[in-house]
Each structure stands twice: as C-alpha cells, then as structure tokens.
Design a protein around this ligand. Structure first.
Ligand SMILES: [Fe+2]
Length: 231
C-alpha cells in the first residue's frame, strides 16, 4: 500500500510511526500539499522512509518543510537532510526550543507569498502549551490541525492511561480540544480572535495529526469543537 493517500485535489496524507510521549503512544500523520507552482509543502512531517521519499519525489520538489507547532519537530532534521534545498519553517517559539535545527524563518500571521494562493493560515494565540498555526488548503477546503484537535479510538490507551485519556477528552465521541489545552488557553480573548479566523474559512474537511478526518458537516463540527471558548 502506498504511504501517501490523496484526500482531496492537491493534498495527500501519510500515516507515520507511533511516537511515545509520557508513555502514551500516539499515531502520527503528516500532510503534503502540491502548490500551484509545483513545489511541495510538507506539513508536520513524520518519519521519512525510503518508500515515502520515493512517493514524495514522484509528486514534485519539496520546497517547504513546516513545523506547525512547537511540539511537532521530531522528524524535521531527517527531512532537512533528505531535502537540503527546501526551506524549513517553524511555528512561533520552536526555534528557541530546537536551537540545533536551522530554520529558514518562522510562520507569521499571513501566509508566505509562495503558498498564499493555495494555503491560508491562522496563528492560534493565547495557549501556554504551544502556539499552533492552523492551515487551510483552499482547493480541498481542508483545515489542518496539529494538536489543538485530537481524537483516539476508545481502547487505544490501556489501564490508568485509558482513564487519563478519557478525562482529557482524548477518547470522546468526536475530536475535541483536549482538557489540558483548554486549561492552557490562559488568554481567552486572544484565542477567540484567532479561532474566529479559522471559523471564517469555508471548511469542508478537518484533518488532524492525531485523529480521523472529519468530512461530515465539517464547518458545524468546528464550531461545536470550539463552542466552549465562546467564539
Ligand atoms: Fe501531536
């Protein structure tokens, strides 16, 4: 089975290896967008196997390697080594955390001219855990969330971890902003302004690094997912 799966016009996902954080094993997912000019935009890269690399190369040249929040950086060096001509773009705050990685620049409030035709972005402010940048792929109507929305199948975590996961809303009926992230939104006003930008997009599909793709009533789902913020 190929590593890359198309999920809309000009957008693919690849499900990567599990990573372990505090004993919780997370499935990982990356996305790849082919920009109108032909270059590839790699979002939240997972481990780069030779099979995945061959599929990526068949789609075009990697122009951008993007870390959309300060938590998703593990595989950036691997991609940089494979694609030395690509630009590596960091979420706000990540460069200070990973001084060993040479980033080209940091994600800002507005999309870079090189991808603005294809992808919009919104920096989500006000969270003490991480400042995540949410993207919107226009052609497919896909919003790309890294950790702000997550969902795991019940039974993913065993024993006490299962209980913690339930309390943290990780195994709820549909993807949620986890409890730890809700608590970490210490500047609600800033968060509201950021999320309103996300809710303004004509979203048809919601993709996340840890969870299912939501295609059914995606805009209504997103509104529901952030209703607790009173946006
Ligand atoms: Fe994550």
């Amino acid at each position: 089975m190929p590593s890359l799966q198309p999920v809309g016009p000009g957008i693919w996902i690849a499900d990567g290896e599990h990573v372990s954080v505090a004993g919780f094993h997370y499935p990982t997912r990356m996305a790849l967008v082919r920009l109108t000019g032909g270059g590839l935009f790699i979002w939240s890269p997972t481990a780069l196997s030779s099979a995945l690399q061959a599929e990526v190369n068949a789609l075009g040249d990697v122009h951008f390697i993007v870390a959309p929040n300060s938590l998703h950086h593990l595989f950036i060096p691997q991609w940089q080594a494979a694609y030395p001509a690509a630009k590596t773009i960091a979420a706000p705050g990540l460069a200070a955390h990973r001084k060993d990685i040479a980033f080209t620049t940091e994600l800002g409030e507005t999309p870079d001219a090189a991808w603005a035709n294809d992808i919009d972005q919104a920096v989500v402010h006000g969270n003490a855990i991480t400042t995540e940048v949410v993207f919107f792929h226009r052609a497919s109507g896909t919003a790309l969330f890294t950790d702000l929305l997550q969902n795991f199948r019940p039974g993913t975590f065993k024993g006490w971890r299962g209980l913690v996961a339930k309390l943290d809303r990780m195994t709820a009926d549909e993807p949620q902003v986890l409890q730890k992230f809700r608590v970490a939104f210490t500047d609600r006003k800033a968060a509201r302004l950021s999320i309103r930008r996300v809710l303004d997009w004509p979203v048809q599909s919601v993709l996340m690094a840890h969870g299912p793709i939501v295609e059914k009533d995606a805009a209504a789902f997103l509104k529901r997912a952030f209703s607790w913020l009173k946006v």
